[in-house]
Design a protein around this ligand. Sequence first.
Ligand code: 6GU
Length: 365
Amino acid sequence: MRIDIVTLFPEMFAGALDASIIGRARTSGALTIALHNPRDYTRDRHRVVDDYPFGGGPGMVMKPEPIFECVDAVRAMAEPAGRVVLLTPQGRTLDHGVVAELADAERLIIICGHYEGVDERVREHLADDEISIGDYVLSGGEPAAIVVVDAVARHQPGVLGSQESLAEESHAAGLLEYPQYTRPAAYRGMAVPEPLLSGHHARIARWRRRQSIERTARRRPDMIARASLTAAEQRLAAAAAPGAPPDDRAHLARVALPVHDIDAATVYYAALLGDAGERVAPGEHAFRCGGATLACVATDGDARRPAEVCFAVPDLRAAHERAKAAGSAWVEGRPRRRANGERAFGLRDPSGNRLCFIDEATLAP
Ligand code: 6GU
């Protein structure tokens, strides 16, 4: 990709375009950048690039001729003609989608606005696009050009390693990045979260996904609304949203009642509760009761099958530790994934009643 930058202050780009990823992209040839000064395209002795606004008012306006002539000359320097982007606080706001769109072009010609503005004829008859990098005013388009070039360079093939591109994908998916840590594992009493040290890939991935969702829900509720989340993830996001009550306790999620005849039980409980419920599996009919579910489960001829009380918890590991320490009659060795996708473990209370704990992020809908 080739990017031509039209600027009255090319010296502002020294360094910014030479180091790190942009520098690497230029060295590798993935990106070509050239700077052009409209002042070099003036024809008067004083090389004037700005003038007073017609109609009066504060500040100066960038004259049209040096910009038009500069862009004409720049266009002729290479193929294709390129898309002309005017950087101005009045443009559409840069975001991941706009960056991806710009990055698709083979060539961009970026004009940096200055002073109180640019003659309207540049906007109307020269620019194909107008872009702003946020709702605040910069003294000129140069810092914005660096932002645009950096963001666009990251999309060029071969510029990022596969590791680096993960951040891109995360933002494209509409979520903020999860927290990152490196050694040492403990520094000034600040510990790295335990799941990251576990070496257990699935557990690490779960922890990171959850951190991304919670962080996005807390900081960028606008992004969460557009992200694609499972029902369980939506509950996580809702719990983390600003203003949601803090809650790390166990919730009663489901009571599973054994029934001899699932169809007769469905008719009975539908009449009893005034609700048709939902057949969630051939042998299971669920009734929503507030935040919890009453599940009628066919015994399949096992007359002694006991009822089961299930709790949803944010931290299944902590619940497992508590279950072992509390004096349970029996605790399943470790949490497992069940047929319905829930991560859970079973246990029995000292009286032999069947209980289970479910990771709330995996709770079946
Ligand atoms: Cl592109 N230019 C200027 N001058 N100010 C801005 C901007 C651009 N984007 C946000 N503020």
